[in-house]
Design a protein around this ligand. Structure first.
Ligand SMILES: *Cc1c(COP(=O)(O)O)cnc(C)c1O
Length: 249
């Protein structure tokens, strides 16, 4: 049995998932009066093998997301070895001791939620990305005001290290980083709409202060319509393209 024959069935599955998601995005953009090219699809490939990323690249996917460094580093190397070119988005909780590894393959890091992490990522990027330019970074925002769930918090009800204004300032001031915008994970339905509405307002306020900001990363398989309605520019979609993940995540 040839590798091509093995690939075909999964390739068709992925193509169908991708087509369905692209239709949902187009419909959501239509409903919001936005051009469909105003939204970038990032396919989240965590727990799925490098070969699926290669298949997705063959289907025209240019942006993929991962949430764990160990898995992502190995996958990025395997995908590159297979000759496929995609851009890697790091979207998971990031430990400072993993920054050196992440800057080796990531094109954008979505999950910077403390001043200390921004500083560590900046140092790693300065040392590890010589000649590759600044690393694109988003500040992750908590939409429920609970910093322990990940995300910096707007206002001063938390320790300074986790205050959104300070995190934004730390990223913007770092010569090795480029502040591109905000990322958030919505609380479960039915709260996604109101949460994304708050996020959209916050994004507008941040753009006033940092005109270079142009990325709002919000929206997953279950809530992409709400995210598009409130101005998301980047969607992070996993299960709706690849299928339900095993529970170990
Ligand atoms: C896994 C993950 C996603 C994708 O979730 P789906 O519900 O599978 O679309 C998006 N964002 C983050 C931060 C994730 O960890």
């Amino acid at each position: 049995m040839g590798a091509a024959a093995m690939t075909d069935e999964r390739q068709r599955e992925l193509a169908a998932g991708l087509a369905a998601v692209r239709e949902r995005i187009a419909a959501a953009c239509g409903a919001a009066g936005r051009p469909s090219d105003s939204v970038t699809l990032i396919v989240v490939t965590k727990t799925y093998p490098a070969q699926d990323v290669v298949r997705l690249a063959g289907l025209g996917v240019a942006e993929v997301g991962e949430n764990r460094d160990q898995e992502a580093a190995a996958k990025a190397a395997a995908v590159a070895a297979a000759g496929a070119a995609v851009r890697w988005h790091f979207i998971g909780q990031l430990q400072r001791n993993k920054c050196r590894s992440v800057v080796g393959y990531a094109d954008m890091v979505h999950s910077v939620d403390s001043v200390r992490l921004a500083t560590a990522l900046g140092a790693a990027a300065a040392a590890g990305r010589v000649g590759a330019g600044r690393l694109d970074v988003l500040a992750q925002v908590s939409l429920d005001g609970l910093s322990h769930r990940g995300g910096a918090v707007a206002g001063d009800a938390v320790a300074p290290d986790r205050q959104l204004d300070r995190v934004l300032a730390a990223i913007a001031a770092d010569d090795a980083l480029r502040l591109r915008g905000l990322m958030a994970v919505a609380p479960p339905a039915p709260s996604a709409g109101p949460a994304f509405a708050r996020l959209g307002a916050l994004f507008a306020a941040v753009r006033q202060r940092y005109p270079q900001v142009d990325v709002l990363s919000a929206g997953m398989s279950g809530d992409l319509e709400d995210a598009v309605a409130h101005g998301a520019t980047h969607l992070r979609i996993g299960s709706a393209v690849l299928g339900a993940r095993a529970a170990l995540e």
